[in-house]
Design a protein around this ligand. Structure first.
Ligand SMILES: C[S@@+](CC[C@H](N)C(=O)[O-])C[C@H]1O[C@@H](n2cnc3c(N)ncnc32)[C@H](O)[C@@H]1O
Length: 529
């Protein structure tokens, strides 16, 4: 590699880059190892070790779950995309090389992976069809000019969901000078730029702040093997290669420790000379959005029209329902010309509910997102929503769609009649077990408090009523009963109306959950006559 690394030259066109990686795909072959297809380094042991190190880094840094959408820009034959696909909702792989993408598609079919989307395009032209929770760019910016990297920063800021992160890995230099790696191993010219390691945070600075930067591995071997190239040469083939293969997984595990040790040695003027300088290494970066889409969960209402009504929407694993329920609710409130805010409480969902909420909030500033981790149950979610609400009146609905917007409008129209108006169901399209649960609960409430507890549904109340009568030590499902109880005790009027509940839009009920039941019974026992 040493001979190939030269001073900086101009950047090849997209066509030339695509042609090089197509030729690379043909030379390694479709049966080749995926990690070998994404690099020009020919040493199998070094490449496999680097692949393990990078996955360990990603494993530690990526914040993904089953509902996440991932975008792998310049992802080649899918080394990382195919690895992540089984853990997330969808991976989109964009690359210039048709041949590498064909290999990725073929491997996806062999592995039964159905959630990999591919796009043969320059990442600079990629329009995107969604917002992504994570964008990966690994070994691609070396192909781009500085102006193009700045364009990639703008593109990523547009494509990332609020709170989403950008993960970058590039070969970089440690001596503040850019270098060019040039070769023509597969008969097609190849030229990439290794930039100074401090340059990427600057190139992405318009939209991102760098929250993590670390070399992909510690560099002890180059000291006695004569630099990185010497290390690669020494591990190529034979016994050493096999030995490195064996110890590689263990080395990857202790690499964070080794890196700390390396840092200590390099910091000390007396010790530093024992380690050779490593002019080119690979750096891993994590970028967070520095603008409005950062972790700003709460967007505020335009000051010109204060909210007359806050609708708290509570959700736990409601990815199938949430988007429709929110759009339907917002449309009805707008049709009714009600100045409102939506307070969306995600109760630690394990699916993509929170992502749906954030996407909804990013399009309309009259929305607050309140993410709770860990899950607190219905009572905790209601409390968090009521506390975050700023409207004159507050009501709530679950995100399953069982309480339609017409109920919210009906309650709103009665808001001035009493400090609180509750609802009882005239008919509820619930399965039998839900009827058993609610009638058991109501009987227990009657026993415990002496009150007839028919209300199982939503209610509207003055925010001031919440401020004076909120039950302060109850975060269970009983929070609503306790709130009503406090108001009654204070001699305040509570009205009641009948409503019809609809069938849930999709998904299934989360009530039959042992944790929820235990929390509810304990809350109930705290209620006094
Ligand atoms: C070093 S390989 C890395 C592949 C993959 N990211 C990995 O880590 O295994 C670089 C990849 O970037 C792709 N690439 C380079 N410039 C690109 C561009 N402008 N748009 C899309 N892909 C590009 C190449 O086709 C190639 O697959």
């Amino acid at each position: 590699m040493k001979d190939a690394v030269k001073r900086q030259a101009s950047t090849p066109s997209s066509e030339q880059v695509g042609a090089f990686w197509d030729a690379q795909a043909r030379s390694v072959g479709a049966g080749g190892d995926l990690s070998q297809l994404g690099t020009v380094t020919r040493d199998r042991t070094a490449v496999a070790h680097r692949d393990r190190l990078e996955r360990a880094h990603l494993e530690k840094l990526l914040e993904l779950h089953k509902g996440s959408r991932v975008l792998d820009l310049g992802g080649g034959a899918g080394r990382i995309s195919l690895w992540l696909a089984p853990r997330v909702a969808e991976v989109t792989l964009v690359d210039l090389s048709r041949e590498l993408l064909s290999i990725a598609e073929q491997k996806a079919a062999e592995l039964g992976i159905g959630n990999l989307k591919t796009a043969c395009a320059s990442l600079l032209d990629f329009k995107g069809g969604a917002e992504y929770d994570a964008i990966l760019i690994m070994g691609v910016c070396t192909h781009l000019s500085e102006g193009e990297v700045a364009d990639v920063s703008t593109l990523c800021s547009r494509l990332l969901a609020p709170g989403g992160k950008l993960y970058l890995k590039e070969p970089v230099t440690t001596d503040h000078a850019a270098r060019v790696d040039e070769r023509s191993d597969v008969g097609v010219p190849y030229r990439v730029t290794f930039r100074p390691r401090e340059q990427y945070p600057e190139l992405f600075a318009a939209h991102f702040r760098c929250t993590y930067q670390r070399a992909t591995c510690a560099h002890f071997f180059p000291w006695f093997l004569g630099g990185t190239d010497g290390a690669v040469a020494a591990t190529s083939g034979g016994l050493v290669s096999r030995a490195v293969d064996v110890v590689s997984p263990a080395l990857v595990k202790i690499d964070p420790l080794l890196q700390q040790l390396e840092d200590r040695v390099r910091e000390r003027p007396l010790l530093a000379p024992v380690l050779a300088p490593v002019p080119v290494l690979q750096d891993f970066y994590v970028f967070e959005q520095s603008g409005g889409k950062r972790m700003t969960e709460i967007t505020s209402l335009p000051a010109s029209r204060p909210a007359e009504l806050s609708v708290v929407v509570i959700a736990y694993n409601e990815q199938e329902c949430i988007a429709n329920v929110l759009s339907e609710l917002r449309a009805s409130l707008d049709d009714g010309d009600i100045a409102h805010e939506l307070v969306l409480v995600d109760d630690g969902s394990k699916d993509s509910t929170l992502q749906h909420m954030r996407a909804f909030a990013s399009k309309d500033r009259r929305t607050k997102v309140v993410p709770l981790t860990p899950n607190r149950g219905i009572g905790g979610a209601l409390r968090a929503g009521f506390d975050a609400a700023t409207g004159e009146h507050i009501t709530w609905i679950p995100a399953d769609g069982q309480i339609g917007p017409e109920v919210v409008l009906e309650l709103f129209s009665r808001r001035r009649n009493a400090p609180m108006t509750t609802t009882v169901y005239s008919k509820r399209n619930d399965p039998w077990y839900r009827h058993v649960i609610s009638s058991t609960l109501n009987n227990m409430i009657k026993l415990q408090t002496g009150q007839v507890a028919k209300s199982g549904g939503t209610y509207i109340f003055e925010r001031a009523a919440w401020q004076r009568a909120a039950p302060r030590d109850d975060d269970t499902m009983m929070i609503s009963t306790a709130f009503r109880h406090n108001l009654r005790e204070a001699g305040e009027q509570i009205d009641e109306i009948e409503i019809e509940a609809r069938a849930r839009v999709a998904g299934h009920s989360k009530v039959l959950n042992p944790k929820t039941i235990a929390r509810t019974v304990s809350g109930l026992l705290k209620l006094k006559r």
